[in-house]
Design a protein around this ligand. Structure first.
Ligand SMILES: *[C@@H]1O[C@H](CO)[C@@H](O)[C@H](O)[C@H]1NC(C)=O
Ligand SMILES: *[C@@H]1O[C@H](CO)[C@@H](O)[C@H](O)[C@H]1NC(C)=O
Ligand SMILES: *[C@@H]1O[C@H](CO)[C@@H](O)[C@H](O)[C@H]1NC(C)=O
Ligand SMILES: *[C@@H]1O[C@H](CO)[C@@H](O)[C@H](O)[C@H]1NC(C)=O
Ligand SMILES: *[C@@H]1O[C@H](CO)[C@@H](O)[C@H](O)[C@H]1NC(C)=O
Ligand SMILES: *[C@@H]1O[C@H](CO)[C@@H](O)[C@H](O)[C@H]1NC(C)=O
Ligand SMILES: *[C@@H]1O[C@H](CO)[C@@H](O)[C@H](O)[C@H]1NC(C)=O
Ligand SMILES: *[C@@H]1O[C@H](CO)[C@@H](O)[C@H](O)[C@H]1NC(C)=O
Length: 446
């Protein structure tokens, strides 16, 4: 806890310092820099957002779009809402302690409800409007969800989620609609102005950014870096950004976006992956997801990278967290790991390839996808983001990455290598269908 106190103090100093350097920015542009707390041994991030003047620890999630917080007397359950769900004590869901209490400025949204399907968990609740405050940015009347039922588990700290995905991913539904399956939550959604878009309406430049810090892998909680809105985070970075267009996620069917294929997730193409002098040259689409810490990759790529640990990682198809590779905590990770994006090879620090769980057991952060009913997506999560300053620009639909300075990771100038077409993979892509819509960290822990 001392670490956190200290980093909050240094953040206040940094923010003041930055504002002092750019007084014009502060008056003409609204922006916010928020410190992140890394929890659950660095596998989850939270930041403090105010709703109705009450402060909450929320997970800023690029993989989903809705803002929600727990309401008093919320219920924790096991299983799925449509199948056999069993009510269990709140403690089993591992959330933080705060809940939203309705204020004098609260108004309900009577004819709609919140029903979100994450990668492996669901959240249900009511909807309403109240003031939302992100740093100094105040949205006087913002729609948000109050969760009354969820299956967790979370990180023992967060009390909700702030979605930073495109509006089309939001999952609120009309009262006269009842979802009969988890996939039913992904369709028949209502349009509303999410908090991110409300901030732009007030004059914020249309981008946000992450700069994630590492902490010792056996430290449960500590400073996790920054998330910033309409400005860059206060960290040293290379001036050289690589810009990559956000793509339509091929495997997400048009029926989930009102009949027309649209940009949904923060998706880009991974052109190739290298480790220990080996190159995997089959490109694939991946979602850049702050709510998920893994590198979720095609299964043969996961096998290749994980066999290069010394001693090699061991495949655990039925691990407590789904199919994963376990490693000895003192294993030597593969070296020279790089992901090629936008024609550039981005190095990944070897320390980002191992994490520990609550019990002290260690795993590789490179994992195969979990197909749900034949459905799969790939991800670049927080352990990827730790290597860069990452800008998510929804004004120009692009992501920009720059290397951290004084960080062991760097962009290495390297020409784009020709991509080798693979018939086996081309046909595989055909049967990939949409499923893990927004795999947040809490869901990934199930
Ligand atoms: C906000 O600041 C940036 C530079 O930091 C500038 O390019 C932009 O025009 C400003 N926008 C407004 C609305 O003042
Ligand atoms: C929240 O705080 C602001 C500023 O202090 C105040 O104007 C507003 O009335 C407060 N809202 C509630 C519901 O207390
Ligand atoms: C949660 O809210 C929804 C929508 O209002 C309602 O249908 C449901 O019964 C509530 N569940 C609980 C456990 O309160
Ligand atoms: C929640 O409350 C419990 C019991 O008072 C306390 O031990 C725990 O530290 C609290 N959690 C947080 C995140 O403040
Ligand atoms: C549900 O309610 C909306 C208005 O809230 C209405 O437009 C729609 O037709 C209704 N759908 C059904 C199936 O009753
Ligand atoms: C969906 O498409 C229909 C017809 O193209 C349009 O009228 C409607 O406004 C769209 N709904 C949303 C939520 O975009
Ligand atoms: C990969 O590199 C690491 C670090 O140099 C080494 O320990 C490991 O044995 C290598 N793996 C293979 C399969 O060569
Ligand atoms: C990087 O670290 C070195 C050594 O600690 C220091 O001298 C240098 O000023 C740092 N550079 C930046 C840009 O922070």
């Amino acid at each position: 806890m001392h670490t956190i106190q200290k980093s909050f103090l240094s953040t206040i100093f940094l923010v003041t310092f930055v504002a002092h350097l750019n007084p014009a920015d502060a008056s003409s542009n609204i922006s916010a820099v928020l410190p992140l707390t890394a929890t659950a041994y660095g596998t989850t991030l939270t930041t403090v957002i105010k709703i109705g003047n009450q402060s909450f620890n929320l997970l800023p999630d690029t993989g989903s779009a809705d803002l929600w917080v727990l309401q008093p007397d919320w219920e924790c359950y096991r299983g799925h809402h449509t199948g056999s769900s069993v009510l269990v004590p709140q403690g089993n869901c591992d959330y933080g302690n705060g809940t939203y209490t309705k204020t004098s400025t609260f108004t309900p949204h009577e004819d709609a409800w919140l029903g979100i399907h994450y990668g492996a968990g669901d959240v249900f609740g009511t909807l309403g409007f109240d003031s939302v405050q992100v740093g100094d940015i105040v949205i006087p009347r913002q729609e948000f969800g109050m969760a009354n039922a969820t299956n967790g588990p979370a990180d023992k700290y967060s009390e909700g989620i702030m979605g930073l995905g495109h509006q089309v991913l939001s999952m609120t539904h009309a009262s006269n609609y009842s979802a009969t399956s988890a996939l039913g939550l992904l369709s028949n959604t209502l349009w509303y102005e999410t908090s991110l878009w409300s901030m732009v309406k007030q004059g914020m430049e249309p981008y946000f950014a992450f700069a994630l810090d590492r902490m010792p892998f056996d430290q449960e909680i500590g400073h996790g870096g920054y998330v910033s809105f309409g400005t860059l985070p206060p960290v040293a970075h290379s001036p050289d950004f690589v810009s990559i267009p956000v793509e339509i996620t091929k495997t997400i069917p048009a029926s989930f976006t009102n009949g027309t294929k649209k940009i949904t997730e923060w998706t880009l193409t991974v052109q190739s992956v290298t480790w220990n002098g080996t190159t995997y040259s089959q490109s694939y689409q991946a979602v850049v997801d702050s709510g998920n810490f893994y590198f979720i990759v095609p299964s043969d790529l996961a096998k290749g990278i994980n066999s290069a640990f010394s001693p090699p990682a061991i495949y655990e198809p039925d691990g407590p967290l789904g199919p994963l590779y376990s490693v000895q905590c003192n294993a030597t990770p593969p070296t020279d790991v790089g992901f090629q994006l936008g024609g550039r090879m981005l190095s990944i620090d070897s320390s980002d390839l191992i994490y520990r769980d609550w019990s002290g057991k260690c795993y590789s952060t490179v994992a195969p996808t979990v197909p749900l009913a034949g459905i799969e997506l790939f991800f670049l999560g927080d352990y990827f983001l730790r290597n860069v300053v990452a800008v998510f620009d929804f004004g120009s639909d692009e992501m920009r990455f720059a290397a951290r300075i004084n960080d062991s990771s760097t962009f290495r100038a390297q020409p784009t290598s020709p991509l080798v077409a693979s018939a086996a993979f081309a046909s595989r892509a055909d049967w990939l269908t949409f499923g893990l819509m927004c795999m947040v960290g809490i869901a990934a822990l199930i």
